[in-house]
Design a binder for this molecule. Structure first.
Ligand SMILES: [Zn+2]
Length: 293
């Protein structure tokens, strides 16, 4: 269980664990004891410590916003999560990896191109998560640029989207550096990280905060169901922008620690529906950010 503990530490220090999709997990302990074998966990009710103090220097958004974002193209995003959003009239942003279409990892399937087409038909936004889910900080140019640009081109051509429709990016494993940011500024209107913080009109759209929610972190301060409820309320009160990040969805027993338990997901949907916030795609949220003339 070294991986579970190593994910836990960065959370305690206020930054999200990197997108851990390549970590295999034992099937026997998923969701049941992750985190509970550590005596370090203690509830942290201090919202400012978890989400950053309120920014009083700039005007907030006209209304709080919540975005549902999904990384990697896991099958259950198309078959389970998307219908739940559509049922409520909401749209999400799905950051897809073309080379993973129709494949699987640790027994959990990724969607096919047909599944991605279903997302487009449902009105969701398609985002770029690189061609092969490479750790971009391990690459040099032009590989970094190509991973991002080839993905954009591939998604737009295979899904029948107009040029520029895949306009927003999230980094695999949350791993980025100056080269990644420079390329993102050339290719996209935003870059979503896996760093847990609320976004405001003053946030750089190329380092958008994103709150990772999954089975492995249900017990973490800031990620418990009660804490998520609190941050949704805080988003409404501060009129800020909360971006939620999800990976796998499966019916029945979880397959990976990065899967999101469906009861926790349903609770989040209910809480967002009751909160005074707009549900927006990343493209829609970026539109509400201040733009230089
Ligand atoms: Zn990923």
């Amino acid at each position: 269980m070294m991986h579970a503990f190593s994910w836990f530490l960065p959370v305690m220090f206020g930054c999200a664990p990197p997108d851990p999709v390549v970590e295999p997990i034992p099937n026997t302990d998923s969701g049941s004891d992750s985190g509970s074998d550590s005596d370090v966990v203690e509830p942290t009710p201090d919202l400012d410590a978890l989400w950053g103090p309120e920014d009083t220097t700039t005007a907030p958004f006209t209304r709080g916003m919540v975005s549902f974002t999904f990384d990697d193209g896991w099958l259950g995003q198309a078959t389970i999560a998307s219908p739940k959003l559509v049922e409520r009239g909401w749209k999400g942003t799905f950051y897809l990896v073309p080379e993973w279409f129709g494949t699987s990892m640790d027994g959990e399937a990724f969607m096919t191109l047909s599944g991605a087409s279903d997302l487009v038909a449902a009105g969701h936004e398609i985002g770029d998560h690189t061609m092969s889910h490479a750790t971009l900080t391990n690459l040099v140019e032009p590989e970094v640029f190509d991973e991002m640009a080839d993905c954009q081109l591939s998604l737009e051509s295979t899904l029948g989207l107009p040029p520029g429709a895949v306009a927003n990016f999230s980094t695999p494993h949350g791993a980025y550096n100056d080269a990644v940011l420079a390329d993102a500024r050339l290719l996209f209107t935003s870059h979503r990280t896996g760093e847990a913080r609320l976004n405001t009109p003053a946030t750089d759209p190329y380092t958008l905060g994103g709150v990772l929610l999954e089975a492995s972190n249900l017990d973490y301060p800031g990620r418990t169901p009660d804490d998520v409820e609190d941050v949704i309320q805080l988003t409404a009160e501060r009129r800020s922008w909360l971006i939620l990040v999800f990976h796998g969805f499966v019916e029945g027993e979880l397959m990976r620690v990065t899967d999101q338990p469906l009861d926790a997901f349903d609770r989040i949907l209910d809480e967002v529906a009751e909160a005074d916030v707009d549900v927006v795609t990343i493209a829609e949220g970026v539109q509400r950010m201040p733009h230089p003339p």
